[in-house]
Design a protein around this ligand. Structure first.
Ligand SMILES: Cc1cc2nc3c(=O)[nH]c(=O)nc-3n(C[C@H](O)[C@H](O)[C@H](O)COP(=O)(O)OP(=O)(O)OC[C@H]3O[C@@H](n4cnc5c(N)ncnc54)[C@H](O)[C@@H]3O)c2cc1C
Length: 834
C-alpha cells in the first residue's frame, strides 16, 4: 500500500534537534507568503530516507488558529561529513531551475540558508506535497493495471527529467559531462575507502575488484561525454517520488542530493536496481529482486526500459547495460557503506535502520558480481509493445487472429500482460514458425528423420530471448523450484532468471490464451519449451522432485537442453486403467530394478531425450492405488532398449516419435524414486490435470487454424460456377464449426480458471468435459476443413491431415473419452445424491 507523505512523520530525533525560534525568525523573513501572526509553529521529522534530514514545518494561523500552511525543511546532517556529500545548496539550485523553467514535477523551493548559525547547518525550505509514496516497490495492495501505470509513470517522469535542456535553464555548469562514468567510479571508490578500513567498518575486497572491472569496461564515448549526457537525478527510485493522491501520476521528484550532469543511462540503471536486489529487505537473507518475483502488473526490466527509451527517445542500451547496472550496484554499495559508517558514528538520520546498511553493502557487491557473470542481460531489441497501451485498443499484427478476439472487459478477456505476450507470440508464429513448417516436414520424411533440424535449436534460443519460454509454468510450481534451487545460494547464476527459465508467472487461465496459439502448428510447442510430454514431466519434477532431482533433470529440461518421456502405457494390459500395469520396480539393496515393456512412450525417439519417468509397481500386494510408483530412469541406463517407433495413421512424428521400450533388469539408485514408494497414482493425478488441459488448449488452436484455412480456400476456390464460400451448404457447416469452437474454447478456459481457483481435484469434472469436448470439436472442424480442400486436404502437402491425426490420438491418449465421460457422469450422480 502507498502511504501519504504526512504519514511518514514523527517527533524530531534527539541528534537532529535545533532552535525552532531562530528558524521561525528566518522563515518569517525569507519565505514569501508565510503567515506573520501564528497560533502555533511545529516541527516534525520525516522518518523515511537516510541522507539529508528532512522536516515538516507547520504554521497554524487565522482567527481560530486552525488554518495551516505546511513547508518542508531539508538540511545537512550534523557531524563531520564526507567531502561533497549532503550538498543541500546544489539540491536547492536544481529544484529552483526545474520548478521555474520545466514541466518536470518538483516541489517549489522558497529559500536557501547557508548560514550555520540559524540551525547549525545549511538548509532550504520548499513546498510540502501531499500525495502517495510507495515505500515498497512491489506495490502491494494495488491492482495489476495500476502497478503497470505506476511503473510507466516512473519511467516516463525520468524520461521527462532527462529531456530537459540544461543549457536553456541555467544548469550548464551543474557538473562536468566528459568522463562521467570514469569519474563516478573513482569518486565512489574513494567514498567507499573513506567509509571503511581501519577503525571503521570492515572493507570488502570484492568491492575494490568491482571498481577495477568497472574501470576496464567504461562505455565508449564516456570520455567525450558527447551523447546521452544531461541532467541526472542520482537517486531516482519509486520511493523518492510523490504520486498524486488518487491518480497514478508523479507530482514531485524528491531527494536531489546526488543530482549532477552526466551519463543519463546510469540514472536509468539505478532506477531498476530493485529488480535485481531486494534492498528494502536489508535485514533478511533475501537477495533476489523483483525480476525473481513475477508480480502481476509489474513490468519486466526490458519493458520498463522500453517505456523509458520510447518516452526519452533514447536508443536501446543493450550494448552497455551490464556496465550501467554493475556500476549502479557499486555506487549503491558505496552509498550504503557511507550510511553504515555514519550510523556507526551515531549520526545517520535513518537511526537504527541504518544499521542494516552494513549488511546490504555486501549484498549489493555480490549482486553486482552475479550480474556481471550473467551471459544474457537484455534482448537485442526492446520487447514488442502493443500498438497502444490501452488493452481495449490493442491491435493484432496477425491475420489469423480470430474474429471474436476479445476487445472488451469480461470474464475471459486476457489482461494486458497476456495481450503483450500474445502479440509477441503471434508475430513469432508468423515470422518464424509457419515459414519453416515445410522445412521441418521435409526432414521428418527423409532418411535423416530422427535428427534435429538446426533451425529448431536456433528458434528455441530466439524464443528464450523474446521471453516466450516455459510460459506453461504455473506460479505455484515456479515458486517451489525457486525456493529449492535458488534460495540463499548461487547454484544457478542469475543469467537463468533473465532467460525466464521459470516462465512468466502466468496462471493456467492466462497460459490458455497463449498455448492455443502454439497449437496452430504441430512444430510450435517445443520451440517454446511448451510441448508434451516435457511439460508434464517438468511439472512432476517441479511439484514432487527433490532438490537433487531438480538439479540433475529439471534444470536441463527447463533450459531446453534435453527432452524426456513418460512411460506408463503397456501393450499387454488395458492401460486406460493404470491399476492394470505390470511393470515391476523391485528394491534390491540401494537400487531399484525395473522389468517391463512399455509402448507409446512419446518423445523417447528424440535424440535429445535423456530421461524417462517410468510408472510401475513397487508392491503388488498393497491396496489397489498404493502399488504404483514412479522412478526416474536415465535413458542410457543398461537394459533400456528402444524397440521401435510407432506410427499414427502413417505419421511417426519424427524426430520426436512414440516408442516401444523394453526395460530388462534396469538398475537405478533408490534416490531416483519420485515422492516415495506407492505414490505413483498421486503423482499421475497431479501430472495429468494441467497436461490434459494443455492438449485441449492446443486443440482449440489447431481448430482455429483449420477454420482459417477453410475460409481462405472457400473464398478462392470456385466449384460449379460459384466460390465455395457462396455455396449454402458450406455456409451452414462453417457457422456450425464456429459455434462448436467457441463453446469448446469457453469450456477449456473455464476448466483452466477452475484449476487456478479450485485446484486439480475440484476442477476434475470440468477438465474431463474439456478433454472430451476439445478433440471431438477439433476433429469435426479439421474434417470440414479437409473436405473443403478436396483431395489436397487429405495429402501431406498441407498441415490439415497431420493436425487431424494428432487430434484423433487425443480421444485416446491421456485417457480415452469413455474414461472422462465416466468421471463426468460419476460426479453428476454424486451431486444428485447429495
Ligand atoms: C499418439 C499417442 C501418444 C501417447 N503417448 C503416451 C505417452 O507418452 N506415455 C504413455 O504412457 N502413454 C501414451 N499413450 C498411450 C495412451 O495414454 C493410452 O493409449 C491410453 O491411456 C489408453 O490405453 P490403452 O491404449 O491401453 O487402451 P485400453 O485401456 O485398452 O482401452 C481401449 C478402449 O477401451 C474403451 N474403454 C476404456 N475404458 C473404458 C471405460 N471406463 N468405459 C468404457 N469403455 C472404456 C475405450 O474405447 C478405449 O479406447 C499415447 C497414445 C497415443 C495414441
Amino acid at each position: 500500500m502507498a502511504i501519504l507523505t504526512s504519514d511518514l512523520l514523527s517527533k524530531v530525533q534527539a541528534t537532529h534537534q535545533f532552535e525552532e525560534e531562530r528558524l521561525l525568525g528566518f522563515v518569517r523573513a525569507n519565505v514569501s507568503g508565510f503567515p506573520q501572526s501564528l497560533a502555533k509553529f511545529s516541527v516534525l521529522q520525516f522518518g523515511h530516507g537516510q541522507s539529508n534530514p528532512t522536516f515538516l514545518l507547520e504554521a497554524y494561523f487565522g482567527e481560530s488558529g486552525a488554518e495551516v500552511k505546511r513547508y518542508v525543511l531539508r538540511k545537512k546532517p550534523p557531524g563531520v561529513l564526507l567531502e561533497s556529500a549532503h550538498a543541500v545548496e546544489r539540491e536547492f539550485m536544481v529544484l529552483k531551475a526545474l520548478g521555474a523553467c520545466s514541466d518536470v514535477p518538483v516541489p517549489r523551493v522558497f529559500c536557501l540558508c547557508s548560514d550555520p548559525s540559524v540551525i547549525g547547518t545549511a538548509f532550504y525550505i520548499m513546498e510540502f506535497l501531499e500525495g502517495r509514496i510507495f515505500l515498497d516497490n512491489k506495490l502491494p495492495g494495488l491492482a495489476p493495471e495500476r502497478r503497470r501505470a505506476v511503473y510507466q509513470a516512473t519511467a516516463q517522469t525520468l524520461a521527462a527529467l532527462h529531456r530537459v535542456d540544461v543549457d536553456s535553464i541555467g544548469l550548464q555548469s551543474f557538473g562536468r559531462r566528459d568522463n562521467y562514468c570514469k569519474r563516478q567510479v573513482q569518486r565512489w571508490e574513494r567514498q567507499y575507502l573513506a567509509s571503511t578500513g581501519e577503525g571503521k567498518p570492515s572493507r570488502n575486497p570484492k568491492m575494490l575488484e568491482l571498481a577495477d572491472w568497472l574501470k576496464k569496461n567504461i562505455p565508449l564515448g564516456d570520455s567525450s561525454g558527447s551523447s546521452g549526457t544531461g541532467l541526472v537525478h542520482g537517486d531516482y527510485r519509486i520511493d523518492n517520488l510523490v504520486f498524486h493522491p488518487v491518480k497514478d501520476q508523479v507530482i514531485g521528484i524528491l531527494d536531489w542530493e546526488l543530482s549532477t550532469l552526466g551519463n543519463q543511462m546510469s540514472d536509468v540503471a539505478y532506477s531498476t536496481l530493485h529488480f535485481f536486489v531486494d534492498y528494502m529487505l536489508a535485514t533478511s537473507e533475501s537477495r533476489g529482486g523483483l525480476e525473481t518475483m513475477m508480480i502481476e502488473g509489474i513490468p519486466s526490466v526490458a519493458e520498463y526500459l522500453a517505456d523509458y527509451c520510447s518516452a526519452a527517445q533514447k536508443p536501446w542500451p543493450a550494448a552497455d547495460w551490464k556496465f550501467y547496472v554493475a556500476f549502479s550496484l557499486f555506487r549503491a554499495a558505496s552509498i550504503y557503506a557511507g550510511v553504515y559508517h555514519r550510523w556507526a558514528m551515531g549520526n545517520a538520520s535513518g537511526g537504527q535502520r541504518a544499521q542494516s546498511a552494513g549488511k546490504l553493502t555486501h549484498v549489493l557487491i555480490d549482486s553486482a558480481w552475479d550480474y556481471i557473470n550473467r551471459k544474457f542481460v537484455l534482448p537485442n531489441q526492446p520487447p514488442l509493445r502493443p500498438v497502444t497501451t490501452k488493452s481495449s485498443e490493442m491491435q493484432y499484427p496477425n491475420g489469423l487472429e480470430n474474429i471474436y478476439s476479445t476487445k472488451e472487459q469480461g470474464r475471459f478477456v486476457p489482461n494486458e500482460k497476456v495481450l503483450i505476450l500474445k502479440n509477441k507470440l503471434l508475430k513469432f508464429m508468423e515470422d518464424h514458425i509457419y515459414p519453416l513448417e515445410n522445412e521441418f516436414y521435409k526432414l521428418a520424411q527423409s532418411s535423416a528423420r530422427w535428427t534435429i533440424h538446426p533451425e529448431e535449436e536456433r528458434l528455441k534460443e530466439l524464443a528464450k530471448q523474446e521471453g516466450l519460454w516455459n510460459l506453461w509454468i504455473p506460479l505455484d510450481s515456479a515458486a517451489r523450484a525457486r525456493k529449492l534451487l535458488f534460495d540463499g545460494n548461487s547454484y544457478l547464476n542469475q543469467e537463468n532468471w533473465s532467460n525466464n527459465l521459470l516462465g512468466a508467472g502466468l496462471s493456467n487461465l492466462e497460459y490458455g490464451y497463449l498455448c492455443e496459439i502454439m497449437g496452430r502448428s504441430v512444430w510450435a510447442p517445443q520451440i517454446f519449451n511448451c510441448g508434451a510430454p516435457d511439460t508434464g514431466n517438468m511439472e512432476v519434477l517441479l511439484r514432487y522432485g527433490t532438490k537433487e532431482q531438480m538439479k540433475e533433470w529439471l534444470v536441463p529440461l527447463l533450459e531446453g537442453k534435453i527432452r524426456s518421456g513418460f512411460a506408463m502405457t503397456e501393450p499387454k494390459v488395458a492401460s486406460s486403467d493404470a491399476t492394470n500395469i505390470e511393470c515391476a520396480i523391485s528394491r534390491v539393496g540401494d537400487s531399484y530394478v525395473i522389468n517391463g515393456r512399455k509402448w507409446w512412450t512419446s518423445g523417447a525417439m528424440d535424440p535429445r531425450c535423456k530421461i524417462l519417468i517410468v510408472m510401475g509397481k513397487t508392491d503388488f500386494t498393497a491396496s489397489t492405488h498404493k502399488q504404483q510408483s514412479m522412478v526416474l530412469v536415465d535413458i542410457n541406463t543398461p537394459g533400456v532398449q528402444i524397440i521401435r517407433p510407432l506410427q499414427v495413421f502413417g505419421f511417426d512424428d519424427a524426430p520426436h516419435g512414440h516408442a516401444e521400450v523394453c526395460f530388462e533388469n534396469v538398475k537405478v539408485p533408490i534416490d531416483n524414486i519420485l515422492l516415495g514408494e506407492g505414490r505413483g497414482f498421486e503423482i499421475a493425478q497431479g501430472r495429468l490435470g494441467p497436461g490434459r488441459l494443455h492438449h485441449c488448449m492446443r486443440l482449440i488452436g489447431a481448430a482455429e487454424r483449420g477454420m482459417h484455412m477453410m475460409v481462405q480456400r472457400a473464398l478462392k476456390r470456385k466449384v460449379f460456377g460459384k466460390f465455395i464460400a457462396e455455396q449454402g451448404s458450406f455456409l451452414s457447416d462453417l457457422a456450425k464449426c464456429r459455434v462448436e469452437l467457441e463453446k469448446t474454447r469457453l469450456l477449456v478456459l473455464e476448466a483452466a480458471d477452475q484449476l487456478d481457483r479450485l485446484g486439480n481435484k475440484r476442477a476434475r469434472g470440468t477438465i474431463a468435459m474439456a478433454k472430451v469436448a476439445a478433440p471431438n470439436m477439433a476433429l469435426a472442424v479439421l474434417d470440414m476443413a479437409m473436405q473443403v480442400h478436396g483431395a489436397a486436404g487429405l495429402s501431406s502437402d498441407i498441415v490439415l491431415s497431420h493436425l487431424w491425426a494428432a487430434a484423433r490420438t487425443l480421444r485416446i491418449a491421456d485417457g480415452p473419452d469413455e474414461v472422462h465421460l465416466g468421471t463426468i457422469a460419476k460426479l453428476e450422480l454424486r451431486r444428485a445424491r447429495l
